[in-house]
Structures are given as structure tokens and as C-alpha cells.
Design a binder for this molecule. Sequence first.
Ligand code: SF4
Length: 255
Amino acid sequence: MAARMTTPPDPTPRSDSPSADGWSDLAALDAAISDCFACPRLVAWREEVARVKRASFAHETYWGRPVPGFGPEHPEILVVGLAPAAHGANRTGRIFTGDRSGDWLFASLHRVGLANQPTSVHADDGLELAGTRVLSAVRCAPPDNKPTTEERDTCAPWLDAELGLVLPSVRVVVALGGFGWQASLTALARVGAVIPVPRPKFGHGAEVVLALPQDQQVRLLGCYHPSPQNTFTWRLTEAMLDDVLGRAAAARLRP
Ligand code: SF4
């Protein structure tokens, strides 16, 4: 499992330019992502949230930086979300950790046998994922959970780079929400996947098998995002989430 970086936020903003090329290992990529300052609005927001804090977390030091992926270096399953939550991963430094969406996601991963524990509270809580890596399409917490199109595109090279490194072992991509679906399809196309025409549409339970170079295939599964908007309204239930992640777990083991 990639080591988590615990460097406190640097008060001196630096410019950076995400690059999809030239990466040979995930640890270096994770470090570079964590040190990215390419989007002025998101840099200002993540640092403002980390400075002001939510009252219930006032005693904590927020991460306040981009959040890299979490999970083994050679995953068979990728779970692609939207972006870190302001008081979740932007606080704890680990994706989907410390917020209600993560509560749902990791509890389900545990139920289907892909996580060693059902909770994800802080970065040193002992959570380990089996063959599964979780990441977000945009690596900084955006205001209202809505990155702009420009921010999405600026961050896309980080997704391409990560996908390029882990793709040889990946058999399944679970896209959380329409944003994760589109970002995954676009990134997979950039690393050589053949995208059917018309372009496959997102839906909960949607599934498409994509051909990759060298006779590789990857199965893309759509899943409603386990956001409070979806789980509080029961648009997404535990059974629905378990169904998709269970299919991913089964596909991972299929010969
Ligand atoms: S959203 Fe992505 S590209 Fe923009 S600052 Fe964060 S890590 Fe860098």
C-alpha cells in the first residue's frame, strides 16, 4: 500500500502543471499530486477550509492539499469518485476518509470483502483494501463539490498518469456518479481503450466492457455516488451499493 504523506500544508503557494507523462511509480506520483497548486480557485478554497475548519474539527490539523489515491500499487479494481470533501479527505488527507460518503463506501467495500474494516475515520486507522484503489477525478476539494470544467481538465493529467501506472493490473473500474463515469471513460480512451459509439451512458448498474491494447479488457461499472444527497433520500441504498461493488469483487476474481 502506498505510504501516506504527513507533511503539513506549506503556507507558500507554488505553481505547478500536472503531467501525465514520465511517471515510473505511484509513490512519486502521489507526492507530486499532493504538491500541486495549478488551480488558483481550488488552492484558495482548500486552504481556506483548512484554516477556518468546521467547529467539530477545530482541534485537528487539516490536510488542506490535493488528495492522492489510496490502495495497493497493483489493483484489480479502481473506484473513481468526483473530488475530496472539504471536511473529509481535505481534512484527513485520505480519499473518502472522515465523511459520510466514505462511511457508506468503505462499509460496503467491507461487506463485499474488499476492505479489512467497515470504517474509514483517519489516515492511520489501519484500513487496508484488497486489490482495490480509490481515487477521485479531481484531487482538490471544490466549493459546493463542483469543480469547473477548466479545473476538471487541468486535473485530468493526474488521472491519466495514475491510470497509466496501474492499468496493467486493472480489470474493473467502478465510476461513482456521472462525473466519475465521464472522467473514467475519457481517461480510459486516452490510455488506448476503444470507446463504443454511441458513447455508453451512465446509470446505476450500467456496465460496459472496453477493449484495451494487447488484448486487455476492462469492465466499467456505473454506481450512484454515495453522497448524502443520494443516501439520505434512498436513491442509493446499501443493497444497491453492495450489488455494484460485489459485481466488481466477483469480476476481480473471475479467471
Ligand atoms: S484540482 Fe488537480 S490540478 Fe487543480 S490544484 Fe488540485 S491537484 Fe492540482
